[in-house]
Design a binder for this molecule. Structure first.
Ligand code: ADP
Ligand code: MG
Length: 401
């Protein structure tokens, strides 16, 4: 029998109507000078919240914001509740605690179709410790738990996983979408499957690289990470990023790739500078002739052309990690060119990783991708094939045919 993680669509309308639904959202939004500078994460949760309002549930939202170790009003979710109210076009009642008399009274008084938002769950030490008592106190506010915070689903905290021990638990639309797109991309992709893995560190990406062996048709290794591989191959890499303690692992990985017949593409050329700043004079060099004082900061045109060709011919492209120091405008060309190729591609295009998602947003191409994951670390953990604590706890729904 086939099964999938239950979503709110698997919950009957009767159960939703009048039920107190405890929803974990990821409203960890950026602030600038005390004002929300990007509300994308709040918007991303709207479909789930609106669905529950429509079904006449009593909606109780929980989230973290930043990493406060104790109550600190600089990390209060009050301004987030206000912004959510504006986006929903109906007031969102902000409750200045998560558990206790005030929260309980507010939950009891909440009307069907109304929304309330609890204060930052990280004001309580029990949150990150996944303290059962704190989880149970949170759970006592509701009759159903909805997990819609994919970005924190790789952490076993009280509000992301602990509460599920006390309540029936299902995913919201955002999490459902993530599981569907990321899951299909690795389990049943349209082929050829091309993975582009870049970014700065071999240490953070070696897990996902290994998990791709034998599964992907082509693996592009780019960004700062590529230099550790080049060094392991005996190339001069100058002062480019290198993790000396990962040379052995990099060499072993390239060997394994050969054994599993996974085609690995490394950059052909690089933009190099002598000083790590945006205005430094730069040169284009072959990767086999990086000068001893050179720092590779971006993929060159030959590399871009090769990756572009792979992307355009792919059935599925999975991209995690920028191909250069895209935060510096002069070294963003390679990353943006690959983003552009993905935008033009006919195949399925999936982007995971915080910086990759922000590069796609910077390039204005979010709408051209099949799916841009909202979970940085979570998407990586998922792609590596590991269970996410905030997902494993969801009920399984069986599909009978
Ligand atoms: P993601 O968040 O998408 O998973 P990572 O965090 O792994 O991506 O990597 C992003 C970082 O990699 C960016 O800050 C970028 O500047 C850096 N990076 C990419 N290429 C290079 C390079 N050649 N040298 C130094 N840093 C690089
Ligand atoms: Mg990152």
């Amino acid at each position: 029998m086939e099964f999938h993680k239950c979503s709110i669509l698997d919950v009957s309308p009767q159960q939703l109507a009048g039920g107190a639904v405890l929803v974990r959202v990821d409203f960890n939004v950026p602030f600038e000078h005390g004002v929300i500078s990007d509300d994308a994460r709040i918007r991303a949760a709207l479909p789930t919240i609106q669905y529950l309002i429509e079904k006449q549930s009593k909606v109780i939202l929980m989230s973290h914001l930043g990493q406060p170790k104790s109550p600190d009003l600089a990390f209060s979710l009050a301004p987030v509740a206000k912004r959510l109210g504006e986006l929903l076009g109906q007031p969102v009642q902000f409750v200045s605690e998560c558990v206790g008399e005030v929260a309980t009274a507010a939950a009891n008084a909440l009307q069907p179709g109304h929304v309330m938002m609890l204060e930052n769950v990280r004001f309580y030490p029990g949150e990150t410790k996944n303290d059962p008592q704190f989880a149970q106190a949170l759970a006592s506010l509701g009759t159903l738990f909805v997990q819609d915070a994919f970005g924190t689903a790789h952490r076993a905290h009280a509000s992301t996983a602990g509460v599920a021990a006390y309540l029936p638990s299902v995913s919201g639309f955002l999490v459902q979408k993530e599981l569907e797109f990321l899951g299909n991309a690795i389990q049943s992709p349209q082929r050829p499957l091309v993975a582009i893995i870049g970014g700065s560190k071999v240490s953070s990406k070696i897990g996902v690289l290994k998990s791709m062996l034998g599964k992907v048709d082509t693996l592009v290794i780019g960004g700062g990470m590529a230099f550790t591989f080049f060094k392991s191959m005996g190339y001069e890499i100058g002062k480019s990023l290198c993790e000396s303690d990962k040379l052995g692992e990099a060499a072993a990985f390239l060997d394994q790739a050969k054994q599993t017949q996974t085609r690995v593409i490394l950059p052909l050329d690089q933009i190099v500078v002598r000083e790590f700043n945006n205005d430094a004079p730069s040169a284009l060099v072959d990767v086999r002739s990086i000068p001893a004082d050179g720092i590779g900061v971006d993929a060159g045109p030959q590399t871009v052309a090769m990756v572009r060709e792979a992307v355009l011919n792919a059935g599925t492209v999975l991209w995690n990690g920028p191909l250069g120091v895209f935060e510096m405008s002069n070294f963003a060309k390679g990353t943006f060119a690959v983003a552009q190729a993905m935008a033009e591609a006919k195949g399925v295009t999936i982007v995971g990783g915080g910086d990759s998602a922000s590069a796609i947003a910077k390039a204005g191409l979010v709408d051209k991708m099949t799916h841009v994951s909202t979970g940085g670390g979570a998407s990586l953990t998922f792609l590596e094939g590991h269970d996410l604590p905030g997902i494993s706890i969801l009920e399984d729904c069986y599909v009978t045919r």
